[in-house]
Design a protein around this ligand. Sequence first.
Ligand code: ADP
Length: 649
Amino acid sequence: MKTYQILLVDDIASNLQTLVLQLEESGKAYNLLIALSGKMALQIAEQNPPDLVITDWEMPEMSGLELIKALKTRPETQFVPVLMVSGMRTQPEDLQKAMNVGAIDFLRKPINKVELWARVENLLKLSEAEKQQRQINTQLAALDQLKTRFFTNISHEFRTPLTVIQGMANQILGQPDKWALKGGDMILRNTNNLLNLVNQILELRKLESGQLSLNLVQSNIVAFLKYLTESFQSLAENKEINLSFISEQEKIWMDYDPEKILRIISNLLFNAVKFTSSGGAVNIVVSQFPEGVRIIISDTGIGIPAEELPHIFGRFYQVDTSTTREGEGTGIGLSLSKELVHMMGGEIEVESQINVGTTFRIQFPILQNAPREEQFKKIDPEDLPQSYVAGAATASPGSVGELPTLLIIEDNHDIVEYLASCLDDQYILLIARDGQQGIDMALEQVPDLIISDVMMPRKDGFEVCEFLKNDERTSHIPIIILTAKADHESRIQGLKKGADAYLAKPFNKEELLVRLEMLLALRRKLQARYASDALSEDEAVYEQEDDFIRKIRTIMEENLIDTSFSITELCEMVGMSRSNLHRKITALTGRSSSIFIRLIRLQKAREILVSTDYNVSEIAYQVGFSDPKYFTRAFTKEFGHSPKEVRKS
Ligand code: ADP
């Protein structure tokens, strides 16, 4: 229970005494403050704002009315309720007068103690409720302000790049020859800005909900910081700013999260360049201490006023002078940076002087627990949103003889066009315009790879994925889900439905090619696995495909001796059309279905060869070859040794 503080004001000591006694008699543990004049009351109230004031009306120098007026003008006592007490002024108009200046209640002398207790309790309750309401109101007002500021900034931040994108697109349409290159470049840069912005906001959200995790590597942070600084060189040069990197040590091995460091340092460097005019300098200095590593980023820019310094790490905060508003920004950068620094166990500080410059100091502890990476992962700040891939990829076809087929399931014409322009020299493309058509085509054509959008008419991408992954005919086909919903949940959902990879829109070509190549590589691994006669049990991921291959093997082994048992019979027993079975087997084993069936026969023959005394011709018949000579040729070709050699060894 809170002990309430009540300030009692009267110029007559005996009156005060009575009041104190009466209040003590109530049994409530009030904290009572005493003032013998209005002036004294003001002094006490200023230092120690009470929860309630009980004051006499008639006092020399400062009357009760004047005291109330004075209390109401001071911020710390503005809302403190006042109970006015009077022996003489008991007329209704007196009461009105007291209420007019802000008294909240009125008691006549002589004071009845029961009445006093009731009034005091009521007023305290009222004051408490009011206080809470006021707190809520202030919070709401602050939030409202924040929201307004955020939306104003954010819509500006969106509008600018959107305008460029729209404008340049029009230019290109009007005069393609003149604008295609330059315009395309600008559009790219601006989409990157937008993406970056969206990602920052998302990251902030994730931070708030504790969803952002650390991905530590142990690497040479000096090299990484140097590389990051270099990527700002051209930005600085354009503005004629001298950007330099200095490190006392050439190498500092420590754990850090490259993407988070990238965010932090790029924010600081970007601000430094943004708020420094041409001819100025931006320095980044790295040094090692017993306590850790220190990174100092300083500029000779416009500086930050001292009174603003405590706020600049606040969310959406911007020092709102005209110069800073010249530069674009959302006020997210620093608050995000600070939180990311803390996440890695570090500290960040700022020092600044108007028109002299600003210095940010970051310190991180040096830990060496994460896996060591000799070569730090290069991330291009421009590609920040999709930072995980860079570098060229040459997708090599995995199918036998011809280009692999790729089914694109996507209802947006532009995206299809774009995908086709990236892929049509490396894949035979099939296009489906909605989820249902996608499923139908996949069943009919059994492509080597599928790229599917999520939001589509009839069936969405997750449904497509679920269906195809659960159908034996298509379960082996790698599916890439392509979507604008890059958030964690939809990623998980996609992966749960069996998607093999996930690509956020907009993606770049390299990223797409790398993904596809990775999936094809995975398939080659799978093919090697199914070409061997015993399946290793370790990989539960392939369960469904293992079952399929096992089924084929079992059927074949049961019918080995039957030389007339062919693909036609096999199809019937598996319940697949000839072409579907062929495509599936080819995809899984890298061999045509007839060659794969022959392989099973030959593997069985090898087994019999080493474990029994049957001669070669007998074995050939046993595994379904009607011509022993052909059997020997095929066997030798497959295993590199003739049946006789195998028997000897
Ligand atoms: P943004 O740059 O998007 O506005 P930040 O959170 O990165 O948001 O920065 C907040 C504010 O702090 C900026 O708007 C600017 O007023 C001030 N500020 C940050 N860095 C500097 C700097 N190096 N020099 C001067 N002012 C700065």
